[in-house]
Ligand binder design. Structure first.
Ligand code: DX5
Ligand code: ZN
Length: 215
């Protein structure tokens, strides 16, 4: 069954605890946390303090998406704060292999994220080392943007490599996921759908999650 990871970027930040409880009750599989630094992406969001604050609120894995320059500097802070999965952009890592292994050595899952315009070949050498590959289906920085369908060609390639090389990373997509684009993602081989506005902008989160999962 396809996993759903609601992105709290579109949640009511003044009411974050209840928002998280609501999507957990609604059947979410992960809580997706978007960390932005105003440098790598043109927006600033949250850091380890907020991750630490929401940690006791849910039993779900915290899927922490780092859209920051020099992620190495912050790995231990996010691990201590309670992240279960840390994903780093290939575009931000000078020594991607080192960064991925630093995350795994800290005892949590490591993932690599790739922007829409970055060739998928860039991540092929790291695939045996990661637990998850996150394909951005929008340019990172904001919720509520439109899905870029060309990314699915890259998803399909990664799914083929995974099968051929007998690897076992999860494939996740992030950006513009709704009931119509979710279907295309599943056909391409996606395991985890991040959805921000499509979940939190609906009054009934359980229904929103079910509709995306069953799309
Ligand atoms: C965008 C973030 C996403 C964002 C997705 O940079 O990485 O996780 O919250 O929002 P939607 O689902 O509204 O496109
Ligand atoms: Zn994200």
């Amino acid at each position: 069954m396809t996993k759903i990871a609601p992105s709290i970027l579109s949640a009511d930040f003044a009411n974050l605890q209840n928002e998280i409880i609501d999507v957990e009750k609604g059947g979410a599989d992960y809580i997706h946390v978007d960390v932005m630094d105003g440098h790598f992406v043109p927006n600033i969001t949250i850091g380890p303090l907020v991750v630490e604050a929401i940690r006791p609120v849910t039993k779900l894995p915290l899927d922490v998406h780092l859209m920051i320059e020099d992620p190495d500097q912050y790995i231990s802070s996010f691990v201590k704060a309670g992240a279960d999965i840390l994903t780093v952009h290939v575009e931000t890592c000078r020594h991607l292999h080192r960064t991925i292994h630093a995350i795994k050595a800290a005892g949590i899952k490591a993932g690599v994220v790739i922007n829409p315009a970055t060739p998928v070949e860039m991540i092929r050498p790291i695939l045996p080392d990661v637990d998850l590959v996150l394909f951005m289906t929008v340019n990172p920085g904001f919720g509520g943007q439109s899905f870029i369908p060309e990314v699915l060609t890259k998803v399909k390639k990664a799914a083929t490599w995974r099968r051929e090389d007998q690897l076992d990373f999860e494939i996740e997509v992030d950006g513009g996921v709704n009931t119509s684009t979710a279907r295309l993602c599943k056909e391409a081989g996606v395991d985890v759908l991040v959805a921000g506005s499509a979940v939190f902008n609906q009054a009934d989160r359980k229904l929103a999650i079910e509709e995306i999962r069953n799309a």
